[in-house]
Structure formats: C-alpha cells, structure tokens
Design a protein around this ligand. Structure first.
Ligand code: PA5
Length: 440
C-alpha cells in the first residue's frame, strides 16, 4: 500500500506532518497501551496476531456446514455487525455476488432496517429455498436485528420444525451477556463471540466479518495475514508510516476548513466498502461538535451526479481516493470507424478508467478539492486485509489527534430512546427528547 499526498500539498501548510508528530506519537502510544479514552476497546490493534487459531478452524468448518446445507444464507446484523462482511464480500467478489455465486450460497444481509417491505420480500424469497440464518449482534439487544431474527427464526421453525431449525441458526454475540447469548445457550445454537475489547465497527476481522466471508469461500486466513503485515508496518512509528500521513493530512485539511471527506473509488465493487468506512470514521470522530463528515462516492458514476457540486460547490471538501494498482479484468477496446470512438482503438478499458481518475484529480484540484491517494496492490483477500487494518489504525490515530474517544458512540442512543418511548418499551416512559415536534 502506498499513500500519496502530492495532490493535497497545495492546500496543506508546510508543517502539516511535522507539527503533528508529537500528537501522533501520543496517539500511537494510547492505542498501544490502551490507556487513552475508550482504551478498553483497543483489542483490534493486536488482533491479527492474537486471534484464537482453533476458533478460526471451527469457523471454517462451520462455514462448510452452512454451504452444504443452504442455498441461501441470511446474515442478520446492523452497523459494525454487517457492514464489514458485506463490504469485503462485494469487494472481493462482486456487487452481483448473488447472481454469480453458483457453488456457494447466496448471501442476503438483513436486520439493518425496520422496513416491513424489505423484510417481507426476503422472507418470501427464502421460503421455498433451503436457508440458514447467521445472526450477529455484539450486544444482543439491538432492535433491528432482534426483529429480523424473530421473523426468520419463526420461518425456520415453521419450515423445518423447532429442533431441526436449531442446526440452521448460527449466532455471533458477546461471550456472556445479552438476550441473544441467553437464547443461543438455551436453544443450543452454534455460536462465536466478538471479543469484549473490540467494538462493532472494528470487528470485521473477528467472526462477525469472517464467518459470512468464509461461507462465501473467501479466505479468512489471507485477510488476517494481510492485516497482520499491515499491523507490523503501521505500528512502527515515523513520518513514513502511511497511517500517520493519512491521519495527519486529514487532520490538517480539517483544521484548514475542509470539513467533508469523500472516499472515492473507480470500482463499483467498492461501493459497500465506502459504507463500512463511513461508519468507522463517522462513529469514531463525529462527536462533541467536531469531526470530519465522511461521505463516499463511486466514480465515474457519481461524476455525473455529484461531480458538479464537487467541482464548483462549497469549497469544504477533500477527497481520499482508493486505487487498485492491478485491476482484475482486462477489457480491450476495438471500435469500428463509425463508432466515433477511434481514439480508444487498441486501448484497454483499464487504461481508460485510469485516465478518468487522473483527469478528475487535475480537475478537482484545480477546483479547490485536495486529493489524497491510497494505492492498494489488488482486490485480493490479503490486500483487502491490509486496507482494512490501515483504515482502522488511521481512524484510531485520528480520533486521538482530535482528543476524542474513537471507540464510543453515545449519540446513537438518542433516537433509540425516543423510538422505545414511542413504542411503549418498559423503562422508557417519558424519555422523548424535548422540545417535541407538535404533530407526532
Ligand atoms: O460500532 C458499533 O459498535 C455499532 O455501530 C454497532 O456495530 C451497531 O450498533 C450494532 O450493534 P450490535 O452488534 O450490538 O447489535
């Protein structure tokens, strides 16, 4: 992985990195020692070398069972309990995975919405197919996955009977606590746990991410091995450290008035990775009235929708582009004379996409949008493992640079309290936020 700040330099003060070395050294030490804010949630820092290898073998074996018994795997979870798995699945296969999977189960992610339309549609789809359910909730109490699990468990029990349904339910949750743990123990479901020291949005390399991916025949060991190599590199302090450079550059741009970070990629398979990244940075940094607003775009698609705004709208944006050095598929172009695409003759579509990226950088920088570039070697499990760790580590550094706790998310509770009060959940009487809108 290479991090390149060249196209942001015109917007950065000369000392953008040197003036932050002390802060980064301190942030690094807080991540290493777990003595910073939220320090009890830094288990992910060394996870790629400390994970339980026996548990990983059991996970791979469980994935095999899921594959053998299911045409469809329904993965239930929200936020950090699904975004990582979905992001990596799509990035390493395709956003069209479910159309292409052939010898692997289709995988649908649900439990991330309260939409009755969305849930009913999937319930109907799996009714006539053999399916298994993987429910993921660290707390075991989140409403969206709880409701989805209720509905899919009922369907499984109706279809297979209560006893046989148990063999089709897999749960990933806290080792000891929560309603899901209690139910799983009572019913005897196969379970895996998310370590207490790893919060949801940092959990993609735990069973929460790895079991769905292994069910799709992706290699968890390769992901972990990429992350482990990134860990060795990124925990080494110094100005050459790409995570230090990224954290320092985005921090300096933020201080210079660039309050929105757009994560961009020229591969449609990256779209969901952008969703994972938004949660990682949004929940880690957006608090106490501070933090960059993380947004994501897919280029060149969004150059024809948001492109106008990026080029000429409010000048409070910078871009972080992820580029894969070796695109997977070659696509040579051979236009005929009357196609009016002569200038593309003999070129490969990969080359065209790369020129679009280069042209966009020049245009956006000229328009006042700084551009950071992360080059990742290729879309393989090993390199995606490196990239996951890169963003997690840079996020931890960034949160501490801002003087925030990068591992809590107190703001997420506000809507829940109101929703539970409106739903009449015991204990939430009188918990509506004030002032109340008059028409509720
Ligand atoms: O990062 C986090 O901790 C959250 O986004 C959680 O992942 C999300 O709220 C889901 O929580 P749980 O896994 O407890 O259902």
């Amino acid at each position: 992985m290479e991090f390149d700040v060249t196209h942001a330099l015109p917007f950065l003060p000369e000392n953008w990195l040197s003036s932050r070395l002390e802060g980064l050294t301190n942030a690094r030490s807080l991540l290493e020692t777990g003595r910073g804010l939220g320090g009890s949630f830094t288990g992910w820092v060394r996870f790629p070398e400390t994970y339980d290898r026996k548990e990983l073998e059991r996970l791979i074996q469980t994935a095999r069972i899921i594959r053998e018994q299911s045409q469809v795997l329904v993965v239930i979870g929200i936020g950090g309990s699904y975004l990582g798995a979905r992001a990596v699945l799509e990035l390493l296969t395709s956003p069209n995975y479910n159309l292409l999977c052939r010898d692997r189960p289709q995988i649908f992610f649900t439990g991330n919405t309260l939409s009755s339309d969305a849930l009913s549609e999937l319930l109907e789809y799996v009714e006539d197919r053999s399916f298994s359910v993987l429910v993921i909730s660290k707390s075991g109490t989140t409403l969206e996955p709880s409701v989805a699990f209720l509905l899919f468990r009922q369907l499984l029990e109706k279809k297979y009977g209560r006893v046989k349904a148990r063999d089709r339910i897999f749960a990933i949750t806290d080792r000891h606590d929560g309603a899901l743990r209690a139910l799983a123990d009572q019913e005897g479901y196969a379970t895996f746990s998310i370590p207490p020291s790893i919060g949801g949005r940092y959990s993609v390399l735990t069973a929460a991410g790895l079991l769905p991916l292994a069910a799709a025949k992706l290699d968890p060991e390769e992901l972990l091995s990429g992350a482990a190599d990134a860990m060795v590199r990124l925990r080494t302090p110094g100005q050459d450290n790409p995570a230090w450079q990224y954290a320092a550059a985005r921090n300096a741009l933020y201080e210079g008035g660039k309050t929105i970070e757009l994560l961009a990629c020229y591969e449609p398979a990256f779209r969901c990775f952008g969703e994972w990244w938004k949660q990682l940075f949004g929940e880690s940094e957006g608090k106490e009235g501070r933090g960059l607003f993380p947004a994501s775009v897919e280029f060149t698609t969004d150059l024809h929708s948001l492109g106008q705004y990026i080029q000429e709208g409010e000048r409070d944006i910078f871009e972080t582009v992820v580029r894969f050095a070796i695109p997977a598929a070659s696509c040579p172009l051979d236009p005929k004379e009357d196609d009016q695409l002569d200038f593309l003759r003999g070129k490969d579509l990969r080359h065209v996409n790369e020129q679009a990226r280069k042209g966009t950088v020049l245009a956006h920088v000229a328009g006042g949008v700084p551009n950071l570039l992360l080059t990742v070697r290729e879309r393989s499990a090993y390199w995606v493992g490196q990239m996951l760790y890169f963003f997690e580590y840079a996020c931890g550094l960034s949160g501490y640079l801002l003087g925030l706790n990068p591992f809590n998310q107190p703001g997420v509770e506000a809507y829940k309290k109101n929703m539970f009060a409106l739903l009449g959940k015991p204990g939430y009487e009188g918990h509506l936020s004030t002032p109340q809108p008059p028409s509720l």
